[in-house]
Design a protein. Structure first.
Length: 319
């Protein structure tokens, strides 16, 4: 014998049983009304955040189930991005009602930091660009340089972590990092030949300050290679020193020491072509010579005097 509680209605019902032998038995059955269950108070979407969000339900006392459910709360981080069906059940084990809703968790908030290079030489800069994705789209960026825009520039002087962090005011923040390598500074000393006279040949040699492999280009015409240059003295020679391991370079110059070219020149007062006053036959010599440190003056009348580059001599001519 089957009975439908729904057709019997809510309340107490007595069921009688009559056997063919005339025996009678009865049973009282209570039919309960199914509760009206409702889920409410949920958001249109949730950001991927490790937080507990309360979900409205009625009547109280039921049980939630589904991905991301912690007791009677919803954790978007635990659920993950995507659509998630959650259920609320109320009643007795064999007599219950339930409701369900689909909750949406938006894509994970991330950011990619793109660098113009991750390995540089001393004094060079690096340009960074941030590419945020996911989340609510209301991006706020913070760089390790304290810049707040979508890009940053820096001149690191040593190896360091470069990072950018993105927030959207909703999701868990996300940080992306890049390890930046800064090669040591390229440096060198120079040694030269002793000082020589103008027009003679000397040398300059570049001596790197460490044992890495190096190459040198002298910027002459045509350019020359090698650590030593042999060339006329009293000149400056520009060169580029390159570390062949790091490809970092160093521009400098070396002077091959030499005395200046000597050029003897002077003017007189009175000027040339004027006669001296026989009552005051003094001639002034204004020295405009270049490069000389010693010698002598000869005045054309048999008299001489030692040359001093700092002095302008006078000479008295006998009438």
């Amino acid at each position: 014998m089957l009975r439908d509680p729904g057709s019997a209605g809510v309340g107490s019902h007595r069921i009688h049983y009559y056997s063919k032998f005339g025996c009678v038995d009865s049973l009282s059955i209570e039919v309960y009304a199914l509760p009206v269950v409702n889920i409410s108070g949920f958001d249109p979407f949730y950001c991927l955040k490790d937080s507990l969000f309360s979900i409205g339900k009625s009547p109280l006392g039921g049980v939630f189930s589904g991905v991301g459910i912690v007791d009677s709360f919803f954790n978007p981080r635990l659920a993950g991005s995507g659509q998630h069906r959650i259920y609320y059940q109320y009643g007795r084990p064999n007599c219950f009602s339930s409701d369900s809703v689909t909750l949406r968790v938006i894509d994970t908030l991330t950011v990619k930091s793109v660098a113009s290079s991750d390995t540089i030489c001393q004094g060079e800069n690096i340009n960074f660009t941030a590419l945020p994705v996911g989340g609510s789209g209301n991006y706020s960026l913070t760089w390790f340089t304290n810049d707040r825009s979508s890009s940053a520039i820096t001149y690191p002087i040593s190896d360091t972590w470069a990072w950018v962090e993105v927030n959207d005011g909703c999701s868990d923040s996300y940080r992306d990092s890049i390890w930046i390598v800064v090669h040591p500074e390229v440096s060198a000393n120079t040694v030269t030949s002793e000082i020589k006279c103008y027009g003679e040949i000397g040398f300059a040699e570049v001596v790197p300050t460490n044992n890495d492999p190096y190459s040198v280009i002298w910027h002459t015409s045509p350019p020359r290679g090698g650590f030593r240059i042999i060339a006329p003295v009293a000149n400056r020679y520009n060169f580029t020193l390159t570390n062949e391991r790091t490809k970092c370079s160093f521009d400098s110059s070396a002077i091959i020491p030499g005395y200046d070219r000597i050029s003897a020149y002077f003017v007189t007062s009175p000027r040339e072509g004027f006669c001296l006053n026989p009552f005051d036959p003094v001639l002034n010599f204004i020295n405009q010579s270049v490069g000389a440190t010693g010698g002598y003056w000869s005045f054309g009348d048999g008299d001489t005097t030692a040359y001093d580059p700092q002095l302008n001599p006078q000479h008295f001519y006998q009438p």
